[in-house]
Design a protein around this ligand. Structure first.
Ligand SMILES: NC(=O)c1ccc[n+]([C@@H]2O[C@H](COP(=O)([O-])OP(=O)(O)OC[C@H]3O[C@@H](n4cnc5c(N)ncnc54)[C@H](OP(=O)(O)O)[C@@H]3O)[C@@H](O)[C@H]2O)c1
Length: 243
């Protein structure tokens, strides 16, 4: 997996999984453009990563950011969308604003960068997109319905986009993490927001951000040249079977 001469845009790059993905791609030679609202203060540990602030809830912000990326680098070869906000709670306690926040940050927050980058990818005739969904998309924890619904939507979206743009040389896939050691997981655990069953993994877990980053790198790479429209679970195999 060599990303020399490849320009890859990572959104949510101040978060645990986006940061690990950005660092992994940079280590493998990519020119990484990292985005988040707080990206200017993100610690990349000295890695050579370009910072590009963006608010994915605003189409104009995303379009401006992509225009700046293109002006500076002249091309784009890959996109990783890894944004979200945590809105956990019982169904009856989550109001419209909570649902909207997750739709804006994760569903539309993924759609907007894809929409901004696709015309250039198509013009170039090659490229790969990875959306980060999540295990909740097929196994929704009771306190995580907004995020789980969006995960299911993203899993479907990559199938549709993969079919629509595969003929143009663009592959679109999802990585669906299970519980990954991260501030977000700690938050869910502390609040009792994830019942133990939802944190179970067949392979002893939780996983690490690096596990997700390696899957992202694989899907972006030529090693995955025939993988398109797929949902790659990085969840240790899901809950062990109850005997
Ligand atoms: N961690 C897990 O165990 C786990 C499991 C399954 C799925 N996932 C999914 O994996 C993805 C990444 O998770 P994570 O643990 O890395 O989450 P995280 O640490 O909370 O990171 C979320 C990222 O989204 C960015 N973001 C939020 N709102 C934004 C906005 N309006 N504009 C631009 N950026 C915005 C945040 O940056 P700013 O706040 O600086 O903007 C941050 O970089 C999420 O979609 C999450 O649902 C995570």
């Amino acid at each position: 997996m060599d990303f020399q001469d490849k320009v890859i845009w990572v959104t949510g790059a101040s978060g645990a999984l986006g940061l690990a993905s950005a660092l992994t791609l940079a280590r493998r030679g990519a020119t990484v453009v990292a985005s988040a609202r707080s990206i200017e203060t993100t610690d990349f540990g000295g890695a050579d990563i370009h910072r590009l602030p963006v608010d994915v809830t605003e189409t104009s912000s995303v379009d401006r950011a992509f225009a700046a990326l293109l002006a500076r680098h002249g091309r784009i070869d890959g996109l990783v969308a890894s944004t979200n906000v945590g809105r956990f709670g019982d169904f009856l306690d989550l109001d419209d604003d909570a649902w909207r926040a997750v739709f804006e940050a994760k569903l539309l927050g993924s759609v907007r960068p894809v929409r901004a980058a696709l015309p250039t990818l198509v013009k170039q005739g090659a490229g790969a997109i990875v959306l980060i969904s999540g295990r909740g998309g097929i196994d929704p924890p009771p306190h995580h319905f907004p995020g789980s619904s969006v995960n299911a939507a993203l899993d479907l979206l990559v199938q549709g986009l993969g079919r629509r743009y595969g003929p143009d040389g663009i592959r679109v896939n999802a990585v669906a993490p299970g519980p990954i050691q991260s501030p977000r997981l700690a938050e869910m655990r502390q609040g009792g927001q994830a019942p133990p069953a939802n944190l179970q993994t067949a392979t002893p877990g939780p996983g690490l951000p690096q596990d997700v980053a390696d899957a992202v790198a694989y899907l972006l790479s030529d090693a995955a040249r025939f993988v398109n429209g797929a949902r790659l679970a990085v969840d240790g195999g899901g809950p062990p079977l109850v005997r």
